[in-house]
Design a protein around this ligand. Structure first.
Ligand SMILES: C[S@@+](CC[C@H](N)C(=O)[O-])C[C@H]1O[C@@H](n2cnc3c(N)ncnc32)[C@H](O)[C@@H]1O
Length: 237
């Protein structure tokens, strides 16, 4: 994205504010937040605290307030200019520390700006800050060559393959699809669909899609106090 820490290159205006050139419109963040927050609710992961790492102009802030009005939102930024303009906490994704962990960590389009060693360290750091789930997105080499509009997207930084990220994320997270990663041990559950013979036990297909069929299935009382079958995906590969 080419943000300079002093905000003098006008890239916040180009990539975020000017409707003709911005990379993402507010409606897109809204639709994304509907999906991510809905998924976390479905997985029974409570969201009381959110860390938005490299939050830019804070596109997620209002979306979090809309979905989880009681949750605290912490925006962290490397850019001194953005910290001053929006009041974010200064910090770097590979070094930021907190006394408490966050239920939801967001790290959207940040790690492509870090060289390999720092990006790897950043993934471990994000895991250490996360108690529940992470929404993670990054521009990969394939995105740049095949998927994105190069006229609108910032191609500076380090373009790595998706496998580079997946390999490192797997140590700490279960890839739940759509950029959502459940922290191992957080107790995320994929709930069962009504099965034609066994009431609410998860259907074979649902179970297989969720976890390759290796997970445990048990009848539980969910945090929202409804009794149902759930697939605990904590032990999945
Ligand atoms: C492409 S923008 C994405 C902003 C925001 N996450 C979003 O999706 O709207 C990348 C952001 O990452 C920030 N950034 C770059 N390096 C960083 C680092 N080491 N730690 C934290 N933030 C960083 C930049 O200042 C910039 O605001």
């Amino acid at each position: 994205m080419g943000y300079d820490p002093n905000g003098t290159n006008g890239n916040d205006r180009r990539f975020y504010e000017d409707p003709r050139t911005r990379v993402a419109a507010p409606e897109e963040t809204r639709a994304l937040a509907d999906f991510v927050c809905g998924y976390l609710r479905y997985a029974d992961l409570p969201v009381r605290s959110v860390l938005d790492m490299g939050c830019g102009m804070g596109a997620w802030k209002n979306e979090i307030a809309r979905h989880f009005p009681a949750a605290g939102y912490t925006g962290v930024e490397y850019s001194a200019y953005l910290c001053e303009r929006f009041g974010w906490k200064p910090g770097s994704v590979d070094e930021f520390r907190s006394r408490t962990k966050f239920d939801l960590v967001i790290c959207q389009d940040v790690l492509q700006y870090l060289a390999d060693r720092r990006a790897a360290k950043a993934i471990s750091n994000l895991a250490s800050l996360c108690a529940g789930a992470m929404y993670f997105a990054v521009l990969t080499k394939k995105d740049w060559t095949e998927n994105c509009d190069q006229a609108l997207t910032d191609g500076t930084g380090y373009q790595r393959g998706g496998d580079w990220y997946r390999k490192r994320l797997r140590k700490h997270f279960i890839n739940a699809g759509g950029g959502v990663f459940f922290r191992r041990g957080a107790g995320a559950v994929i709930c069962g669909a009504r099965h034609k013979h066994f009431g609410h036990e998860p259907s074979g297909l649902r179970r297989e899609l969720a976890c390759h069929g290796d997970c445990s299935v048990e009848r539980v009382r969910s945090v929202r106090r409804r009794e149902r079958w759930q697939v605990n995906i904590d032990h999945c590969p």
